[in-house]
Design a protein around this ligand. Structure first.
Ligand SMILES: Cc1cc2nc3c(=O)[nH]c(=O)nc-3n(C[C@H](O)[C@H](O)[C@H](O)COP(=O)(O)OP(=O)(O)OC[C@H]3O[C@@H](n4cnc5c(N)ncnc54)[C@H](O)[C@@H]3O)c2cc1C
Length: 289
């Protein structure tokens, strides 16, 4: 089984003072697994005050690992995005995850309000204004983005992001490896050869797993849902089961030549580190303690 070429961990800007106080320790613990980078999510509306930049600084200070901001364009303006890009360039950022972002609940079409309607327009804007100074990652949806009318239209829209200049993609979470394998096959047949890195969400609970899957249209296989439902009041047993399921998923992906693994850490070190340990990806024994 091939080791993945890249390992990355996603964080979100803490929403509470307690979360902010915990973050440096979480970052330091996760850094022991030697990720290639930490990515940091960005709230909708391209807000400059949503904590992405501050979290980026925390990552650099407490790990020395490359920090990669997400940049969403929904509801934003060219001037606002230009200001954020300038700030990131000044800070030495080399890679960006470029996204449309989630639409307001009132939206009736996938076209975002503001000066950018889709992520492909944001990718073009970054390339036009900064050339190749940023490596650009985009989102991919092996099980189709929930607002797309059908898989073919969604795939064509994914291709637009690649043609606009994306260097790589990170997928939405999924628990069905065949969806990823099929998506990568379709890319190869369409002449798309950028790395498509699977996004991996550790399983840490019943309600939150259902919520994550429902929120993004990911299929939660019935047998997993039923086992999680049964184990929901036995935290340890649920964590062990979730660890087994996601370890097997990652092993399957690695056997199928996934070019990397991107873990949605939800700002917790232990679930991701246990997975890395199971997969033999851990490089520091101390982080097991
Ligand atoms: C790895 C990853 C990281 C994420 N990080 C964040 C984050 O930090 N902050 C956040 O708010 N959200 C984040 N999200 C969620 C993401 O913002 C949502 O999934 C959002 O709904 C779509 O963003 P996108 O960049 O994929 O949009 P797009 O690629 O623009 O696609 C959105 C929808 O529009 C359709 N579409 C695209 N182009 C066209 C076109 N030209 N004509 C018609 N339809 C079109 C697509 O088929 C799709 O249905 C992340 C998702 C992933 C997978």
């Amino acid at each position: 089984m091939d080791s993945p070429q890249s390992l990355s961990f996603e964080l979100f800007p803490p929403r509470t003072p307690e979360g902010a106080a915990r973050l440096p320790a979480v970052v330091a613990e996760l850094a022991a697994a030697a990720p290639d980078y930490f990515s940091i999510t960005h709230g909708a509306c391209g807000s400059i005050q949503d904590g992405t930049y501050e979290t980026l600084e925390t990552v650099v200070e407490h790990s020395g690992v490359e920090a990669v901001p997400h940049l969403t364009c929904v509801g934003s303006t060219r001037a606002n995005i230009a200001a954020l890009l300038h700030r990131y360039r000044q800070a030495g950022v080399k890679r960006i995850v470029a996204l449309r972002g989630d639409l307001p609940a009132s939206a009736t079409t996938p076209s975002a309000p503001g000066e950018f309607h889709y992520a492909s327009e944001l990718v073009s804007f970054i390339r036009d204004t900064h050339g190749n100074n940023f490596q650009i990652e985009v989102a991919a949806y092996p099980e189709m983005h929930p607002q797309a009318p059908n898989p073919t239209a969604d795939f064509d829209n994914f291709r637009r992001k690649v043609e606009a200049g994306a260097d790589g993609a990170i997928t939405q979470l999924f628990y069905n490896a065949d969806a990823y394998i099929d998506f990568v096959d379709r890319c190869v047949k369409a002449g798309i050869h950028i790395p498509i890195v699977p996004g991996i969400m550790p399983i840490t609970g019943y309600a939150n797993t259902l919520r994550f899957c429902n929120g993004c249209g990911a299929d939660l296989p019935r047998w997993i849902r039923l086992r999680l439902e049964e184990l929901q009041h036995d935290k340890e047993a649920l964590l062990d089961f979730g660890l087994d399921v996601v370890t097997r998923l990652c092993e399957n992906l690695m056997r199928n030549s996934a070019p990397g693994l991107h873990f949605y850490t939800i700002n917790q070190a232990s679930p991701t580190l246990r997975l890395c340990g199971n997969l033999g990806l851990r490089t520091s024994v101390e982080a097991l303690a």
